[in-house]
Unconditional design. Structure first.
Length: 345
C-alpha cells in the first residue's frame, strides 16, 4: 500500500516532481523551492544512474518512489532526541523494513483463506508446544508495544515489531508449521491450531503497527477472510486494543524453549557445515541426535518437546540421548555417518 506517492528527493530538497507542485491527492504537499534572481531553482536536480550506467535509450533512471507509509515509518524509526538524518540510503533501508513487515502479513493472510476464527478455534489441548510458545511471544510483544506507545518510544517499537515479524515468525514459526499448513488435511486439528496462531499473530502485529503504518493496516484489514472476527468493523481503527488472554503467558515454557532453541542453533551450525561439504543437500535431509547431561534442564526440555523436535530442528528425524561420561566426540558436536549429526549440548 503506497498511499500518497512522494519521491524521496522531494522530501530532501523541498522540490516537487509534479508540474503544479502537488501530491497525487491534489493538495499542496511541499514548500516552494528557493529560486535565484532569474527565477531558476537553486537546487540541482539529483543525477541517479542506473546499474551499470545509463538506462536504455540514454536516459537516466528515475529515483525510487515510496509511499506515505514509508515516510511515516522513517519518522517513527528516527530518534528525535538526537540529529535526525534522511537521505536515499536511509529511505531505502526504511522501505526494506516496510517490505519485511508487509511480507509477514501476506504469508499469514495467504494461509488463513479457509479459517473461521469462531468455528475453527482449536481447543487448548490441540495446541502444540511451539504454538503455545508463539502465543506467549505474542502476549509479551503486545504488552511491550502498549508500554512503548505510552512512552512515545516508537524507534524501539518498530525494532521489536520487526524482530517479531522477521525472526520470531518468518525465520522460526513459519518454517516450523509449513508442513502442517500445506500437507495436513484441511480440517485436521494440527492445521487449525497453526492457523489459530497465525490469526492471533496477524491481529497482534497489525494492531501494534497500525498507528505507524495506517495504509498497511487498512490493506491487511481489507483482505481478512470472511470468517475473521475483526471483519465486524469496516476499519482496524474502529477496534479496541484488547489485552492478550492470560492463558497465553507461560514463563516455564518460554524458559525451556530458549534451551531448545540453543540446541537448535548448534545443530544448524553443524548442518550448514555438512551442506557446504556436500554431505547433505539441505537441513531437511539430516538426522540429528542431541546428547545432553541426563536429568539436566536442557535434557528435560528436549524430552518434553517430544515428536515436535523434528519441526523445531527442521530435519527428517531426531533423537535425544544421554551424554556419555567419556565422550570421544569434539565439543559442540561431530558428524556420524552420511546424514546423522551428533550434537553435544
Amino acid at each position: 500500500s503506497r498511499g500518497n506517492v512522494i519521491r524521496p528527493m522531494e522530501l530532501i530538497d523541498g522540490v516537487s516532481s509534479l508540474p503544479d507542485g502537488t501530491a497525487q491527492t491534489g493538495t499542496s504537499a511541499h514548500l516552494p523551492a528557493p529560486t535565484d534572481d532569474n527565477g531558476r531553482s537553486k537546487h540541482k536536480q539529483p543525477k541517479t544512474k542506473a546499474k551499470g550506467g545509463k538506462a536504455k535509450g540514454g536516459a537516466m533512471a528515475s529515483p525510487p518512489v515510496y509511499g506515505a507509509d514509508v515516510l511515516r515509518l522513517w519518522v517513527a524509526m528516527s530518534d528525535w532526541r538526537g540529529d535526525v538524518a534522511v537521505g536515499p540510503t536511509i529511505l531505502s533501508k526504511t522501505a526494506e523494513v516496510h517490505r519485511k513487515l508487509r511480507n509477514s502479513c501476506r504469508f499469514m493472510l495467504g494461509n488463513l483463506y479457509d479459517y473461521d476464527s469462531v468455528r475453527h478455534a482449536p481447543a487448548a489441548s490441540a495446541l502444540r508446544a511451539i504454538d503455545r510458545q508463539m502465543l506467549h511471544t505474542l502476549a509479551t510483544f503486545s504488552d511491550r508495544a502498549h508500554y512503548l506507545y505510552e512512552r512515545l518510544d516508537t524507534p524501539r517499537l518498530v525494532s521489536e515489531a520487526l524482530q517479531l515479524a522477521s525472526v520470531e515468525l518468518s525465520s522460526s514459526y513459519f518454517d516450523s508449521v509449513r508442513d502442517r499448513l500445506y500437507c495436513a488435511p484441511a480440517d485436521s486439528p494440527s492445521r487449525r491450531a497453526a492457523q489459530h496462531v497465525l490469526d492471533r499473530a496477524l491481529d497482534t502485529l497489525t494492531t501494534a503497527i497500525a498507528p505507524v503504518l495506517p495504509f498497511l493496516a487498512e490493506e491487511v484489514h481489507a483482505h481478512l477472510p470472511a470468517g475473521s472476527s475483526r471483519r465486524i468493523s469496516p476499519s482496524p481503527f474502529e477496534l479496541l486494543w484488547s489485552a492478550p488472554p492470560a492463558a497465553w503467558s507461560d514463563d516455564r515454557l518460554a524458559h525451556d524453549w530458549k534451551l531448545v532453541c540453543a540446541a537448535r542453533d548448534e545443530a544448524a551450525k553443524l548442518a550448514h557445515e555438512a551442506v557446504l561439504s556436500k554431505r547433505l543437500g539441505s537441513m531437511s535431509e539430516a538426522r540429528i541426535e542431541l546428547r545432553s547431561a541426563a536429568g539436566g534442564p536442557l535434557h528435560s526440555a528436549l524430552l518434553a518437546t517430544g515428536y515436535e523436535l523434528n519441526d523445531v530442528l527442521l530435519c527428517c528425524a531426531s533423537r535425544v540421548d544421554d551424554l556419555p561420561t567419556s565422550n570421544a566426540t569434539a565439543p559442540g558436536g561431530a558428524a556420524d555417518g552420511d546424514t546423522t549429526l551428533l550434537v553435544d549440548a
